[in-house]
Write a protein that binds this ligand. Structure first.
Ligand code: ADP
Ligand code: MG
Length: 238
């Protein structure tokens, strides 16, 4: 391939960098008592991959989510997001990246109960300063993507739990992030609603979206393409 790239006139595009690359990442809390919640984590997520990160309570999952989502910084080590070292960036740079490049889905859906689905989904675009004219179209597309295009003006309180989580997924996708980061996304759902949300993640994966899902639930992690385990702050292949 190196030779191919050297050929004059070659149009082969450069290999895209991984979406996520953690290199020997530590996250230590001073305490007392002092805790090393992440201990030398190496992790790579390639573009379009669907990764589950599983581990028991206290293993470091939330710490990992906060680091990956740019809500917290490693104490040591490097985090590259799409090839860019974000470990040393200013808070302003990191929060800008967080809004544009990371889509969060949480266990509790965190929808605004007094606003329509479309208002909930276009809210991130208001924060990002996207002009009004483009916002609505993008929110409609995001809601269509989660099969709720026929409920644009519904109130979230009239939806099932599974539908609410699909709205939260639409809101996460409306900024076209590089990484969809989900924290126990089926934790508040019964089996049938959970299955619907997991089917949606399969569809998004098939459409090329990069997904990292943090869970302690085997039924969830089984659906991912690749699994890593986190135990006492260390990551190992599942
Ligand atoms: P999990 O989400 O897998 O349950 P966490 O990432 O929340 O695990 O926690 C991992 C370890 O780090 C635990 O021992 C926890 O007590 C400790 N920890 C997490 N956050 C803090 C904090 N802000 N201050 C001190 N210790 C913390
Ligand atoms: Mg946790």
């Amino acid at each position: 391939m190196a030779e191919l790239e050297a050929l004059p006139g070659s149009t082969r595009p450069a290999e895209p960098p991984p979406v996520v690359e953690l290199v020997d990442v530590w996250r230590s809390f001073a305490g007392p008592p002092p805790v090393d919640a992440l201990r030398g984590v190496d992790l790579r997520l390639d573009r379009g991959e669907y990764l589950a990160i599983v581990g028991p309570s206290g293993s470091g999952k939330s710490t990992m989510l906060h680091v990956l989502g740019l809500l917290d910084r490693p104490s040591a080590g490097i985090y590259r997001l799409e090839g860019v070292d974000v470990s040393q960036m200013s808070e302003a740079q990191r929060s800008g990246l967080r809004g544009h490049r990371i889509g969060f889905v949480f266990q509790a859906f965190h929808l605004l109960p007094t606003r329509s689905l479309i208002d909930n989904v276009l809210l991130p675009l208001i924060y990002q300063g996207v002009p009004r004219r483009g916002r609505r179209d993008r929110a409609v597309q995001a809601l269509e993507r989660v099969h709720l295009g026929h409920r644009l003006d519904a109130n979230p309180l009239t939806l099932s739990g599974g539908e609410r989580q699909r709205v939260a997924v639409a809101r996460a996708l409306v900024s076209e992030p590089s990484l969809l980061l989900a924290d126990e996304p089926t934790g508040n759902l019964d089996q049938r609603n959970a299955a619907g949300v997991l089917d949606l993640f399969d569809e998004l994966h098939a459409a090329g979206i990069s997904i990292a899902i943090i869970t302690h639930d085997d039924a969830v992690s089984r659906r991912a393409q690749r699994l890593v385990r986190i135990t006492d702050g260390r990551v190992s292949a599942g």
